[in-house]
Design a binder for this molecule. Structure first.
Ligand SMILES: *[C@@H]1O[C@H](CO)[C@@H](O)[C@H](O)[C@H]1NC(C)=O
Ligand SMILES: *[C@@H]1O[C@H](CO)[C@@H](O)[C@H](O)[C@H]1NC(C)=O
Length: 469
């Protein structure tokens, strides 16, 4: 107390000029301290790469690291079996006027099944899938599938490697419409694209051991890029692809030139609490834009009740995927209902109120059924569902939760119908270097599949910004 009094007295004793010097020095020291603390907080943290082996049985001494080309194939037997099963489907009548409120409307499901049985041409779709070169290579004991698309021309062009990662219940096929757009010439820039299948999804082998989560997938995809000879590249992801590419950027930030995400969330700290409480009245005080307000509020309706209504599957898959998977792995029509319901409500939640779930408003049945066939023919729905269980275990691990920041240059694109909106001011809690943040005028969760042009344009502008083109 005396010391404080002494300081006060000596300060009062100074003349105006010296007072200014003392204050000035104090302020400067304060700024320097804040800056140093800030820099310390911003110091790039990384997630340890770790290691794993997911093959059946014991780990062998060495592993074949060759990259082999692969073709999607089918057979008359496979198609005959599918048709027989579709013919034998047993349906339950929907409740009157229930539309998609109780889940997939089975009257409409019959017409989807009828198209699948009589008009859908799997052989033609297989040829279409094979128009890009497919490969497989063994990593950590399992065969990893990917397509590798080179630009149409690269004369005098800067060719940028980019990996696109899908989620559940999607596949590498979600990106087929943006591939021709990305591999064009964009004023001197073009892309060389790698689209892998997450292990356990489609043509990538399913892990045989427990614990395969987004960290393991991230490490495997980093090894894949290294094996392909890329030391620096861009990443794009939504859904589980977002989780995986974020983990990749956190493991090897030096390899990731930029991370582009169409689904992202942040930690719910004080700032977020404040914007939930007062954001709809005083958005400018908490850093929300008018568009943020439109997308976030009424908060509980949009971010709690809607999410509870639409995510029952997540709870099942995060707890007992093998039980829930029995039926859908055995019945193609059951599988289609289970997966396509997501393509309805995740594209627009209001589609619940349409008799046909609005499915064909944005997608063709050929495209939707091709994605289903990737799950059906490979029998991979159960292993794809297990990824929820493994990742929910992972959330208990501090290293992968929302507190772990992302330091690489990041591009965020917010489609209006995405399940949950995350304003830029919230995302800044987690992504320390946001290079671009775009509000899209339309589109939902499966954005690359639904709005390929909007999607590709945003990826291109993001990379151009970073490449200074
Ligand atoms: C159900 O829909 C039909 C038209 O499709 C309509 O005539 C009928 O009134 C509706 N019933 C109820 C209970 O809303
Ligand atoms: C289910 O969809 C069909 C259109 O395919 C529609 O005619 C029927 O009314 C719908 N049923 C319910 C219960 O909404």
């Amino acid at each position: 107390m005396q010391r404080v009094q002494f300081l006060k007295d000596s300060f009062t004793g100074l003349d105006a000029f010296h007072k200014q010097i003392v204050i000035g020095t104090g302020v400067a020291t304060g700024i320097a301290l804040v800056y140093i603390l800030h820099r310390r907080r911003q110091k790039v943290q990384t997630i340890p790469l770790g290691e794993g082996w997911w093959g059946a049985g014991d780990k062998p001494r060495s592993e074949d690291e060759s990259i082999n080309s692969f073709e999607v194939q089918t057979s008359d037997d496979e198609i005959k079996d599918l048709h027989e099963r579709i013919d034998k489907t047993r349906y339950a009548d929907p409740l009157e006027n229930s539309t998609f409120q109780y889940g997939f409307n089975s009257t409409y499901l019959k017409s989807v099944a009828s198209y699948w049985r009589h008009e859908f041409d799997w052989k033609k779709q297989v040829a279409m899938l094979n128009k890009y070169p497919h490969f497989k290579t063994k990593i950590e004991g399992i065969d990893v599938h990917f397509i590798h698309v080179r630009p149409t021309t690269h004369k005098n062009l800067k060719v940028v490697p980019l990996m696109l990662v899908h989620g559940w219940p999607g596949s590498f096929f979600e990106f087929y419409k943006i591939l021709p757009l990305l591999t064009e010439n964009h004023n001197g820039l073009t892309f060389e694209v790698i689209c892998p299948s997450i292990p356990g999804y489609g043509f990538s082998e399913a892990p045989h051991k427990q614990g395969f989560n987004s960290l393991a997938a991230a490490r495997i995809f980093l090894k894949l890029m290294e094996r392909l000879g890329f030391s620096q590249f861009y990443l794009q992801g939504g859904d589980f692809g977002s989780l995986i590419t974020i983990n990749m950027a956190q493991m090897k930030p030096q390899c990731v030139k930029g991370l582009h995400l169409n689904m992202f969330s942040s930690r719910r700290g004080l700032k977020v609490m404040m914007s939930i409480l007062i954001g709809s009245y005083l958005p400018f005080l908490v850093g929300l834009s008018r568009e943020d307000v439109r997308r976030l509020f009424p908060f509980f309706e949009k971010n709690v009740w809607e999410i509870l209504r639409e995510t029952g599957y997540m709870h099942i898959q995060a707890t007992k995927p093998d039980t829930a998977g029995c039926g859908v792995n055995d019945s193609p029509v059951g599988l289609a209902a289970y997966i396509l319901e997501k393509f309805s409500t995740a594209t627009n939640m209001e589609y619940r109120n349409l008799a046909d779930g609005g499915l064909e408003r944005k997608f063709s049945l050929d495209d939707l059924l091709t994605n289903i066939m990737i799950y059906w023919t490979t029998g991979s729905i159960v292993s794809s569902m297990r990824f929820y269980k493994e990742n929910f275990k992972g959330y208990l691990d501090k290293r992968v939760d929302l507190r772990m920041k992302v330091f690489v240059p990041t591009g965020l694109v917010a489609f209006p119908m995405e399940l949950m909106h995350c304003p830029k001011s919230w995302a800044q809690n987690r992504f320390t270097n946001i290079v671009s943040y775009t509000f899209m005028p339309r589109g939902g969760h499966f954005a690359a599949f639904e709005e390929p042009r909007l999607f590709a344009t945003d990826v291109i502008q993001f990379v151009k910004k970073l490449e200074k083109l």
